[in-house]
Design a binder for this molecule. Structure first.
Ligand code: SF4
Length: 167
């Protein structure tokens, strides 16, 4: 069940489609730079995770998350590495676990970032923002090659500025 909220945010409760069990290989590899990053960013109040997707919607969300965390609100927000946080229990997952606020900037209604992270941190309650709801565009486009780069940037900036008001 979804509850519409402002700023493109939706809260999803329960798992309407049931659950999927994943058997994931563990790694012993640890990236020291990633761990340093996680330690250095741990005091920031807003953790931002994002779809990181390969499609246009994911790309706009990804660029918006980068803009927000690295340009518009670098003192307040920390950009989470979704893949690192999902696949191993080290610093990145720690950021999501202990973040005062965790914002999931989703590329679309598939909500991959928040569903992935809730899989490894069941008690996680991210604030979900569907980036796709925050800009007007031709909804028939799917690939990043279907929109000029300059337009992608404009949409990403629009999303980032709207999310900035939210965080
Ligand atoms: S989850 Fe949605 S936004 Fe992300 S890559 Fe897949 S289709 Fe694109």
């Amino acid at each position: 069940m979804s509850e519409e909220r402002s700023c493109g945010q939706q809260g999803t409760t329960g798992a309407p489609g049931g659950y999927e069990t994943v058997r994931m290989e563990k790694t012993r590899n640890v990236c020291p730079m990633c761990e340093d990053y996680a330690r250095a960013q741990a005091s920031k109040p807003v953790v931002v995770m994002c779809c990181e997707g390969a499609c246009l919607r994911g790309e706009i969300a990804r660029q918006a998350a980068n803009l927000l965390c690295h340009k518009l609100a670098p003192d307040k927000t920390v950009r989470l590495c979704l893949g690192g946080a999902f696949t191993k229990d080290t610093g990145q997952r720690g950021l999501a676990r202990s973040g005062k606020r965790v914002v999931a900037l989703e590329g679309c209604f598939i909500e991959c970032a928040s569903r992935m992270m809730k899989g490894v941190i069941p008690e996680l309650e991210p604030e979900i923002i569907i980036a796709d709801n925050l800009y007007e565009s031709d909804r028939s486009f799917f690939g990043i090659d279907e929109m000029p780069e300059a337009h992608i940037k404009v949409h990403a900036e629009e999303v980032a500025r709207k999310v900035l008001e939210w965080v």
